[in-house]
Design a protein around this ligand. Sequence first.
Ligand code: ADP
Ligand code: MG
Ligand code: ZN
Length: 529
Amino acid sequence: MKKLEEILKTWEPVIGLEIHAELTTLNTKMFCGCKLEFGAAPNTHTCPVCLGLPGALPVPNRAAIESIVLAGLATNCDIEKHSMFYRKNYMYPDMAKNFQTTQGPIAFCMRGHLDLDVDGANADERYGLADLKPGESADNITRTEDGYVAHVGITRIHMEEDAGKMVHIGGGEGRIAGATHSLVDYNRAGTPLIELVTEPDLRTPEEARLFMQKLRQIYLAIGISDCSMEEGSLRCDGNVSLRRRGTTELGTKTELKNMNSFKNLHDGLLYEICRQAQVLEEGGIIYQETRHWDPTAKRTIVMRVKESADDYRLFPEPDLAPYDLSDEFIESVRAKLPELPDDKAARFQQEFGLSAYDARHLVEHRSTAQFFEACMSDAERELGSAAAKLAKPLANLAINDVSGWLNANPDAVLDESPLTPNRAVQLVQLVADGTISSKQGKEVFAAVIEEDADPKAIVEDRGMQQVSDTGAIEAVVDAVLAENPDKVEQYQGGKTGLIGFFVGQCMKRMQGKGNPQIINELLANKLDA
Ligand code: ADP
Ligand code: MG
Ligand code: ZN
């Protein structure tokens, strides 16, 4: 198959996402009082309502309505005061009622948007970016210094309920194919679920991944879901089609299921774009179908041909009264909105003088953003206004070292780790004042976590103090130059790359403790003299 870069010259990919989030932070289900609990013994959290027994009447969970309004406000949606629930009819054993309670044409939240910051290598997938200068706009993007901002429309966020869970016994990998029998667990049936649908505004797999990531950050910040992609509390379907560059009519789309990680979402869409391009270029047609991304085989396979909306015979739910949300209710929810990631990034830039890039990456994870702030207040307590110059190194520590460590140790909890804010401040200070080099800083970082010790003590115990005494370094530099007259001659004859050799020799004599900046300066002075 052709590479994306080649395909983009002829075809424009169009992507829209449907993202389901379970409201896991609520105590009870959507229409009954059953407890919400992941991993409980099968069928221990059920009742006549969520089992769909005849005559049982649903009662909506007010806290779930608050959660979806919060989600709508956090994603710039209009909150619809008047909306209602519908029945989406289908028969499958995981839904004992034989219909899903969901919303119709008008959802609680309509017409929102998110702006995505795409930078660095992530921006490379966007076609035609090089033609724009910073500040210039085309389609839904605006070029920035290090990438672009994409404006992505949100069609709606509606409220619905989850189905139960089927377990197929006897087949391979829990699949239904080859199974001898199936079991059903209704604990999940009736779990409050919100589904966000985007406009077909995304153009690259990377934008899709970033949208999902940003939405996850927002949902975590407002506390409506634990957003675990492994446990399925955050799920994403990717819709994708191609159209000839320069045309506006949408092509036929396929829908990818099983996008249970950011990487799967990106890779699945990328594959599907390449597959569709090949089909179209060979004169074939794309069928509207649901496909499954198989990350191991690295391909998508057909699951089913799309059913039409009519098949569900959607009709208003007669057991639930239409909603009439009051202004007071909406305002009381708005008052609960915490600081959102974008606002936090803007504040970090303003308050601590961080670059837009650093601020944006710092707020990607709530724990690292919180850690950075705790470090800054620690530094300010001890150093007053002098703390300002530690903002950049502390941000780097949080974005690179701390995030890297958390990624490598998914079970680690930063708050309970040996790396306290106070130790982090000590560490960056030791580097900032030249006591240790930045390379040694990495070693001390690892040692703090490993040994649960203070950076100062580690540096002392290991005798790591960097030698910054110019006199002492000069003596070493002189000795190295005197020992290598041939290399000095070559350097002065134009082989300036030899500087690395001289630095290395000086470092070796000083057991790696010489201040590299001073060594470089002294060498340059003497060699270029
Ligand atoms: P369906 O009825 O198949 O669920 P919708 O119109 O509800 O389709 O759209 C579902 C998602 O697919 C939305 O995110 C939408 O933006 C996206 N979408 C719709 N048409 C296309 C298309 N031709 N190509 C890519 N994405 C599309
Ligand atoms: Mg749909
Ligand atoms: Zn129940």
